[in-house]
Design a protein around this ligand. Structure first.
Ligand SMILES: [Zn+2]
Length: 258
């Protein structure tokens, strides 16, 4: 069992309210994050050369990459058809055959040796967000999956990113109370249905979100269903803005710029 780690307090009031929260038990927090060391081989090199990094020009809202600069504020076809619930989204690189093995090794194989490099990429991709960000919140796992996997990869990324940006890390805010089947292999509609109502905010800490700007972290964005479900919960909880920042995202060719 990993040893207990220190969680950055957001404020003394939040810390005290968390102390009294019955929603999250100590045992759950104990396995939320592994200890402060990396798993992996020393010679386990990360070859960035084949990665497709995502940067400007891109959709103002979701960060979908454009081949040419479309002008300030241009949005992609998907966002024109359906405006995302989050205020803006960005990803560090494309989720493809080159990046996928690293993500899967990190997520399912516990290979955290590249965590700090991943966090630096998140910092780069989210550079627009740091000025007005109040807290960094990871997409949570349901406790049954957390016990099985022993750590939440999104929480690891969020904690490392917090160290680089000095924006407080707040893993206690968002809670996944519904165990949902894996999103893999599901249709787009199925993915949205799957995570509907899956997230909640413990009553004891709801007030801490009022007028706050949140950076929501995940490892991969595919359809955006999980990010949207989390965003909806955070906004209902009082958050003013939610920026979605993921390490990678699926880039589909049919997103035509408008
Ligand atoms: Zn877009």
């Amino acid at each position: 069992m990993p040893s207990r780690v220190k969680i950055n307090p957001l404020s003394s009031s939040l810390t005290s309210s968390l102390r009294g929260s019955k929603t999250l038990g100590r045992s759950l927090l104990d396995i939320l994050l592994p200890p402060e060391h990396s798993f992996g081989r020393d010679n386990d090199r990360l070859d960035w050369s084949k990665f497709t990094f995502l940067d400007d020009p891109c959709c103002h809202l979701c960060g979908f990459p454009f081949e040419f600069d479309q002008g300030s504020g241009a949005i992609c076809g998907a966002c024109a058809g359906r405006t995302p619930i989050f205020d803006q989204g960005r990803a560090a690189f494309a989720y493809d055959e080159h990046s996928r093995p690293y993500i899967l090794a990190f997520k399912h194989g516990g290979r955290t040796i590249h965590l700090d490099r991943f966090a630096r990429q998140l910092q780069r991709a989210g550079h627009l967000f740091w000025n007005d960000a109040d807290m960094i919140i990871p997409v949570p796992l349901h406790h049954s999956r957390l016990i099985k996997r022993r750590f939440n990869q999104a929480a690891l990324l969020a904690r490392a990113l917090s160290k680089h940006t000095s924006v407080p890390f707040a893993p206690e805010i968002l809670y996944r109370h519904k165990a949902t089947p894996s999103q893999g292999g599901q249709s787009q509609k199925g993915r949205f249905r799957n995570v509907k109502g899956a997230f909640t905010i413990p009553d004891a800490i709801k007030n801490t979100l009022e007028n706050k700007t949140i950076i929501l972290i995940d490892d991969v964005m595919t359809t955006g269903a999980t990010i949207e479900a989390c965003t909806k919960t955070l906004k209902r909880g009082g958050a003013q803005k939610v920026y979605a920042l993921t390490l990678s995202r699926v880039v589909r060719a049919q997103q035509i710029p408008t």
